[in-house]
Design a protein around this ligand. Structure first.
Ligand SMILES: C[S@@+](CC[C@H](N)C(=O)[O-])C[C@H]1O[C@@H](n2cnc3c(N)ncnc32)[C@H](O)[C@@H]1O
Length: 202
């Protein structure tokens, strides 16, 4: 089980059923909503099997996909190779070590479906702050703080335990002390939101 890996964030296992694709039929729309733009240097943090990574790489100038589970990175590597994508680097490691894993300054750090499980969220946000260029963005895509029984996909409750889920306000409160400035919250239907932060320019 991946979740036995040391440092694995709670409640962030990659789903093994086909419901992920049903939940995220339009990953490009999610990226557009949070502000990923053409030519950016992007880090896909906790990238999993590459469902979002593939679409980021199609838009971005360069991508670094980081995940603690090297087996999932291999799945992602194949997904991108099958699509002829060559601008993505795959790095196995703990998200806390972001600065070491991806030292080149980034325009955008994208983190979907993982922030809720990070035990020391301020530590992670500080690491993100450090790797971002001034004016760069951090987007956290989180499940809304709704009871798990209500977030059904293909007829079953899905996603992290109810008690792990964070409201947009809680996410903002967890991240702003790092120095990253809150920019916006966007809705990502049916069950998610994206909270976007900016590294100050000066
Ligand atoms: C629910 S999956 C989401 C994957 C992808 N972001 C997506 O939305 O399709 C969460 C990912 O976080 C990874 N993960 C868990 N703990 C981690 C850590 N400490 N550092 C880096 N990745 C981690 C897991 O291996 C898993 O692939």
């Amino acid at each position: 089980m991946s979740s036995s890996l040391p440092g694995f964030f709670q409640g962030t296992e990659m789903p093994d059923a086909g419901w992920w694709e049903a939940l995220w039929p339009d990953p490009v729309g999610v990226l557009a909503a949070v502000g990923v733009k053409g030519g950016m240097d992007v880090i896909d943090l906790c990238s999993g099997d590459g469902w979002f990574t593939l679409q980021i790489a199609k838009i971005a100038g360069r991508v670094v996909a980081i995940d603690i589970d090297s087996n999932l990175l291999e799945v992602a590597r194949h997904r991108l190779a099958e699509n002829g994508i060559t601008n993505c680097e795959f790095v196995a490691g703990d998200a806390y070590d972001l600065v070491k894993l991806a030292p080149r300054p980034a325009d955008f750090v994208f983190m979907a479906n993982a922030f809720h499980g990070v035990p020391d969220q301020l530590r992670l946000a500080r690491a993100v702050h450090e790797v971002l260029k001034p004016g760069g963005y951090f987007a956290v895509v989180n499940w809304h703080q709704r009871p798990r029984e209500e977030t059904t996909i293909l007829g079953q409750p899905r996603g992290p335990k109810t008690e792990l889920r964070m409201s947009p306000q809680q996410t903002i409160q967890a991240i702003e002390p790092s120095g990253l400035k809150y920019a916006q919250v966007v809705e990502v239907p049916p069950y998610h939101y994206g909270a976007v932060f900016e590294r100050r320019r000066a």
